[in-house]
Design a protein around this ligand. Sequence first.
Ligand code: IPE
Ligand code: IPE
Ligand code: MG
Length: 240
Amino acid sequence: MTPSEHVDNTAAPQHVAIVMDGNGRWARERELPREQGHQHGRIKLHDVVRAFSERGVRYLTLYAFSTENWRRPSEEVEGLMTLAAEAIKQDAPRLHQEGARLVHLGRKDRINPDIAAAIDRVVDMTKGNTGITLSVAFDYGGREEILEAARTLLRDDITPDDVNESTFASRLFTNGLPDPDLIIRTGGELRISNFLLWQAAYAELYFTPTLWPDFGPEEVRKALDSYAARKRRFGALDGE
Ligand code: IPE
Ligand code: IPE
Ligand code: MG
Protein backbone atom coordinates (compact mmCIF):
# COMPACT_ATOMS: atom_id res chain seq x y z
CA MET A 1 0.00 0.00 0.00
CA THR A 2 1.44 3.41 -0.91
CA PRO A 3 1.39 6.16 1.74
CA SER A 4 -1.27 8.09 -0.19
CA GLU A 5 -3.68 5.16 0.09
CA HIS A 6 -3.75 5.70 3.83
CA VAL A 7 -5.05 9.21 3.34
CA ASP A 8 -8.77 9.82 3.67
CA ASN A 9 -9.39 13.15 1.98
CA THR A 10 -12.93 13.33 3.27
CA ALA A 11 -11.66 13.76 6.84
CA ALA A 12 -11.06 17.51 6.76
CA PRO A 13 -10.50 19.16 10.13
CA GLN A 14 -13.29 21.55 11.06
CA HIS A 15 -10.89 24.04 12.65
CA VAL A 16 -7.24 24.67 11.73
CA ALA A 17 -5.07 27.10 13.69
CA ILE A 18 -1.67 28.30 12.50
CA VAL A 19 1.39 29.78 14.21
CA MET A 20 2.68 31.81 11.26
CA ASP A 21 6.40 31.78 12.05
CA GLY A 22 9.59 32.31 10.08
CA ASN A 23 9.12 35.69 8.39
CA GLY A 24 12.34 37.09 9.86
CA ARG A 25 14.42 34.11 8.75
CA TRP A 26 12.84 34.22 5.29
CA ALA A 27 14.03 37.84 4.96
CA ARG A 28 17.47 37.11 6.41
CA GLU A 29 18.03 34.32 3.87
CA ARG A 30 17.53 36.97 1.18
CA GLU A 31 19.49 39.68 2.97
CA LEU A 32 16.33 41.75 3.23
CA PRO A 33 15.07 43.68 6.27
CA ARG A 34 12.76 41.63 8.57
CA GLU A 35 9.92 43.95 7.60
CA GLN A 36 10.01 42.52 4.06
CA GLY A 37 9.57 39.05 5.48
CA HIS A 38 6.43 40.19 7.29
CA GLN A 39 5.16 41.83 4.11
CA HIS A 40 5.63 38.64 2.09
CA GLY A 41 3.92 36.74 4.88
CA ARG A 42 0.90 38.98 4.61
CA ILE A 43 0.70 38.61 0.82
CA LYS A 44 0.24 34.85 1.29
CA LEU A 45 -2.75 35.18 3.59
CA HIS A 46 -5.51 35.27 1.03
CA ASP A 47 -4.32 32.23 -0.97
CA VAL A 48 -3.88 30.20 2.19
CA VAL A 49 -7.36 31.08 3.49
CA ARG A 50 -8.84 30.10 0.14
CA ALA A 51 -6.90 26.81 -0.01
CA PHE A 52 -8.19 25.77 3.43
CA SER A 53 -11.70 26.85 2.58
CA GLU A 54 -11.66 24.81 -0.65
CA ARG A 55 -10.60 21.75 1.34
CA GLY A 56 -13.67 22.05 3.57
CA VAL A 57 -12.13 23.76 6.61
CA ARG A 58 -14.83 25.87 8.28
CA TYR A 59 -12.72 27.69 10.89
CA LEU A 60 -9.20 29.04 10.40
CA THR A 61 -7.32 30.83 13.17
CA LEU A 62 -4.09 32.72 12.51
CA TYR A 63 -1.59 33.77 15.18
CA ALA A 64 -0.42 37.18 14.00
CA PHE A 65 0.92 38.95 17.11
CA SER A 66 1.49 37.50 20.58
CA THR A 67 1.37 39.23 23.95
CA GLU A 68 5.14 38.59 24.04
CA ASN A 69 5.82 40.15 20.62
CA TRP A 70 5.70 43.60 22.30
CA ARG A 71 9.24 42.70 23.48
CA ARG A 72 10.57 43.21 19.95
CA PRO A 73 12.30 46.46 18.90
CA SER A 74 9.78 49.28 18.58
CA GLU A 75 10.43 49.71 14.83
CA GLU A 76 9.48 46.07 14.23
CA VAL A 77 6.35 46.39 16.39
CA GLU A 78 5.34 49.53 14.51
CA GLY A 79 5.94 47.78 11.17
CA LEU A 80 3.68 44.92 12.25
CA MET A 81 0.96 47.37 13.33
CA THR A 82 1.15 49.12 9.93
CA LEU A 83 0.85 45.75 8.21
CA ALA A 84 -2.18 44.91 10.32
CA ALA A 85 -3.83 48.18 9.26
CA GLU A 86 -3.04 47.39 5.59
CA ALA A 87 -4.42 43.88 5.92
CA ILE A 88 -7.66 45.22 7.36
CA LYS A 89 -7.96 47.74 4.54
CA GLN A 90 -7.03 45.44 1.66
CA ASP A 91 -7.74 41.84 2.63
CA ALA A 92 -10.87 42.28 4.74
CA PRO A 93 -13.14 43.64 1.95
CA ARG A 94 -12.03 40.80 -0.37
CA LEU A 95 -12.66 38.19 2.31
CA HIS A 96 -16.03 39.78 3.03
CA GLN A 97 -16.98 39.48 -0.66
CA GLU A 98 -16.07 35.80 -0.52
CA GLY A 99 -18.35 35.30 2.47
CA ALA A 100 -15.76 35.00 5.24
CA ARG A 101 -16.66 35.93 8.81
CA LEU A 102 -13.81 37.70 10.62
CA VAL A 103 -13.19 37.38 14.34
CA HIS A 104 -10.53 38.96 16.58
CA LEU A 105 -8.93 37.06 19.45
CA GLY A 106 -6.95 39.06 21.99
CA ARG A 107 -6.69 42.37 23.76
CA LYS A 108 -7.65 45.60 22.08
CA ASP A 109 -6.68 48.07 24.82
CA ARG A 110 -2.97 48.19 23.95
CA ILE A 111 -3.17 48.54 20.18
CA ASN A 112 -3.58 51.80 18.30
CA PRO A 113 -7.22 52.98 18.72
CA ASP A 114 -7.60 53.46 14.94
CA ILE A 115 -6.61 49.83 14.36
CA ALA A 116 -8.87 48.68 17.21
CA ALA A 117 -11.78 50.59 15.65
CA ALA A 118 -11.01 49.14 12.20
CA ILE A 119 -11.02 45.63 13.72
CA ASP A 120 -14.44 46.30 15.27
CA ARG A 121 -15.76 47.52 11.92
CA VAL A 122 -14.67 44.45 9.92
CA VAL A 123 -15.90 42.08 12.62
CA ASP A 124 -19.26 43.83 12.56
CA MET A 125 -19.38 44.03 8.74
CA THR A 126 -18.77 40.27 8.34
CA LYS A 127 -20.69 38.92 11.32
CA GLY A 128 -23.60 37.61 9.24
CA ASN A 129 -21.41 35.83 6.67
CA THR A 130 -21.74 32.07 6.36
CA GLY A 131 -18.41 31.13 4.74
CA ILE A 132 -15.18 30.30 6.56
CA THR A 133 -14.69 31.86 10.00
CA LEU A 134 -11.27 33.51 10.00
CA SER A 135 -10.07 34.39 13.49
CA VAL A 136 -7.00 36.54 13.84
CA ALA A 137 -5.10 36.30 17.12
CA PHE A 138 -3.57 39.74 17.54
CA ASP A 139 -2.17 40.83 20.89
CA TYR A 140 -3.21 37.34 21.95
CA GLY A 141 -1.69 35.15 24.66
CA GLY A 142 -3.13 31.90 26.01
CA ARG A 143 -2.24 32.61 29.63
CA GLU A 144 -3.66 36.11 29.44
CA GLU A 145 -6.86 34.67 27.96
CA ILE A 146 -7.20 32.12 30.78
CA LEU A 147 -6.56 34.76 33.45
CA GLU A 148 -9.12 37.08 31.92
CA ALA A 149 -11.67 34.24 31.85
CA ALA A 150 -11.02 33.64 35.57
CA ARG A 151 -11.50 37.34 36.31
CA THR A 152 -14.74 37.35 34.35
CA LEU A 153 -16.05 34.32 36.25
CA LEU A 154 -15.38 36.15 39.53
CA ARG A 155 -17.00 39.34 38.25
CA ASP A 156 -20.01 37.27 37.20
CA ASP A 157 -20.29 35.93 40.77
CA ILE A 158 -20.24 32.33 39.58
CA THR A 159 -20.25 29.86 42.49
CA PRO A 160 -17.42 27.25 42.55
CA ASP A 161 -19.84 24.43 41.73
CA ASP A 162 -20.83 26.21 38.52
CA VAL A 163 -17.26 26.45 37.24
CA ASN A 164 -17.03 23.75 34.57
CA GLU A 165 -15.50 23.41 31.10
CA SER A 166 -18.49 24.99 29.47
CA THR A 167 -18.85 28.06 31.76
CA PHE A 168 -15.07 28.56 31.61
CA ALA A 169 -14.74 28.21 27.82
CA SER A 170 -17.61 30.64 27.26
CA ARG A 171 -15.46 33.36 28.87
CA LEU A 172 -12.46 32.80 26.60
CA PHE A 173 -11.85 34.99 23.53
CA THR A 174 -12.75 31.89 21.46
CA ASN A 175 -16.28 31.68 22.89
CA GLY A 176 -18.48 30.12 20.20
CA LEU A 177 -15.61 28.62 18.18
CA PRO A 178 -14.97 24.87 18.22
CA ASP A 179 -11.59 23.76 19.56
CA PRO A 180 -8.89 23.48 16.88
CA ASP A 181 -8.56 19.98 15.39
CA LEU A 182 -5.19 20.76 13.84
CA ILE A 183 -2.51 23.25 14.88
CA ILE A 184 0.17 23.98 12.30
CA ARG A 185 3.42 25.76 13.08
CA THR A 186 5.63 26.91 10.22
CA GLY A 187 9.27 27.93 10.60
CA GLY A 188 10.64 24.78 12.23
CA GLU A 189 10.34 25.63 15.95
CA LEU A 190 8.75 22.84 18.00
CA ARG A 191 6.73 24.86 20.50
CA ILE A 192 3.33 26.42 21.07
CA SER A 193 4.49 29.92 22.16
CA ASN A 194 1.40 30.68 24.28
CA PHE A 195 -1.12 29.89 21.53
CA LEU A 196 -4.59 28.47 22.38
CA LEU A 197 -3.38 26.76 25.57
CA TRP A 198 -6.85 25.73 26.76
CA GLN A 199 -8.26 24.96 23.33
CA ALA A 200 -5.30 22.83 22.16
CA ALA A 201 -6.09 20.04 24.65
CA TYR A 202 -6.72 17.41 21.93
CA ALA A 203 -5.49 19.19 18.80
CA GLU A 204 -3.29 17.31 16.38
CA LEU A 205 0.04 19.10 15.95
CA TYR A 206 1.85 19.59 12.63
CA PHE A 207 5.26 21.22 12.47
CA THR A 208 6.93 22.13 9.20
CA PRO A 209 10.33 23.72 8.55
CA THR A 210 8.75 25.73 5.71
CA LEU A 211 8.94 29.44 6.54
CA TRP A 212 5.58 31.23 6.61
CA PRO A 213 6.15 33.33 3.43
CA ASP A 214 6.76 30.03 1.54
CA PHE A 215 3.63 28.31 2.91
CA GLY A 216 1.19 27.93 -0.01
CA PRO A 217 -1.61 25.65 -1.30
CA GLU A 218 0.78 22.68 -1.72
CA GLU A 219 1.81 23.00 1.94
CA VAL A 220 -1.86 23.21 2.90
CA ARG A 221 -2.47 19.92 1.09
CA LYS A 222 0.44 18.23 2.88
CA ALA A 223 -0.73 19.36 6.31
CA LEU A 224 -4.31 18.22 5.66
CA ASP A 225 -3.14 14.86 4.29
CA SER A 226 -1.06 14.34 7.42
CA TYR A 227 -4.12 15.14 9.56
CA ALA A 228 -6.37 12.80 7.56
CA ALA A 229 -3.98 9.89 8.13
CA ARG A 230 -4.10 10.21 11.93
CA LYS A 231 -6.24 8.40 14.44
CA ARG A 232 -7.71 10.54 17.23
CA ARG A 233 -8.74 8.73 20.38
CA PHE A 234 -9.49 11.46 22.95
CA GLY A 235 -8.35 9.12 25.67
CA ALA A 236 -10.65 6.26 24.64
CA LEU A 237 -9.70 3.04 22.85
CA ASP A 238 -9.89 2.48 19.09
CA GLY A 239 -13.40 1.72 17.92
CA GLU A 240 -15.10 2.75 21.17
C1 IPE B 1 6.45 35.41 12.67
O1 IPE B 1 7.69 35.55 12.11
C2 IPE B 1 5.68 36.71 12.73
C3 IPE B 1 5.50 37.23 14.10
C4 IPE B 1 5.86 36.64 15.20
C5 IPE B 1 4.83 38.50 14.21
P1 IPE B 1 8.96 35.96 12.98
O2 IPE B 1 9.12 37.44 12.93
O3 IPE B 1 8.90 35.40 14.35
O4 IPE B 1 10.11 35.26 12.15
P2 IPE B 1 11.40 34.52 12.71
O5 IPE B 1 10.94 33.49 13.69
O6 IPE B 1 12.25 35.58 13.35
O7 IPE B 1 12.02 33.94 11.49
C1 IPE C 1 4.91 33.02 17.70
O1 IPE C 1 6.10 33.30 17.04
C2 IPE C 1 3.96 34.18 17.60
C3 IPE C 1 3.40 34.43 16.26
C4 IPE C 1 3.61 33.72 15.18
C5 IPE C 1 2.52 35.55 16.19
P1 IPE C 1 7.36 33.88 17.81
O2 IPE C 1 8.45 34.01 16.79
O3 IPE C 1 6.98 35.09 18.55
O4 IPE C 1 7.68 32.70 18.83
P2 IPE C 1 9.00 32.37 19.67
O5 IPE C 1 9.45 33.65 20.31
O6 IPE C 1 10.01 31.86 18.68
O7 IPE C 1 8.57 31.31 20.62
MG1 MG D 1 9.54 33.67 15.18
